[in-house]
Design a protein around this ligand. Sequence first.
Ligand SMILES: C[S@@+](CC[C@H](N)C(=O)[O-])C[C@H]1O[C@@H](n2cnc3c(N)ncnc32)[C@H](O)[C@@H]1O
Length: 218
Amino acid sequence: MKKLNISKSPVIVLFFVWQAVNCYSQQNDQATIDKNVKAFLDKHSSQWYDMNVPASDGKLLFDLILENNYQYALEIGTSTGHSGIWMAWALSKTGGKLITLEIDETRYKEAVENFKEAGVDHIIDAHLTNAHEMVPQLKGPFDFVFSDADKSWYQRYFLAVDPKLIVNGCYTTHNVSDRPGVRWNSDYLEFLLDLDHYETTVNNQGGGMAISFKKSEK
Ligand SMILES: C[S@@+](CC[C@H](N)C(=O)[O-])C[C@H]1O[C@@H](n2cnc3c(N)ncnc32)[C@H](O)[C@@H]1O
């Protein structure tokens, strides 16, 4: 039988060259995103005035996405985009996308500009919308959610998204505390802790983050 001489087969050689070029350009793309996001976050670190999360909570969202390889993310409450940029940065590494919702036109426009400047706009689908109406209409599925809009609606957002969140997915909610004497959204936290199909803990390092992992369908 005639042996295939790999080094002399132009198609195979071209295939390996193409793969090497592809791999190099992907690494290069990621290095560019890392550089742009870091530069953007450094430049704007003291300029988040629109109820944005502190950087420690941005990093917490980043780590949760990366550690669990999440790819289908939803944010309720974009504001000017600080948390969205941290999440999109992590999603750039997992190959994921973020849908984010904001009702205020000025903040939405500023967020869109920020996403462009940070170099993550291709990862984010930003909507100027009322989340009360849009969240129930979203198809999903999602594996990561960050809820940070109007607190009086937290439970309704959760109930609308729960059927669209996959098992092992994670639902995070901002401004929730379980520190003694600090009653931020305590009724909502009790609601989360009572759910048998979720495991909820609270991270109190920044603005208070409830982290609810979905263990099973209801
Ligand atoms: C706490 S801020 C979000 C901060 C943002 N996650 C960040 O860290 O950069 C809450 C945002 O939710 C928006 N919001 C409030 N009610 C909303 C609604 N019904 N639909 C969409 N956005 C809403 C507000 O306009 C505000 O910009």
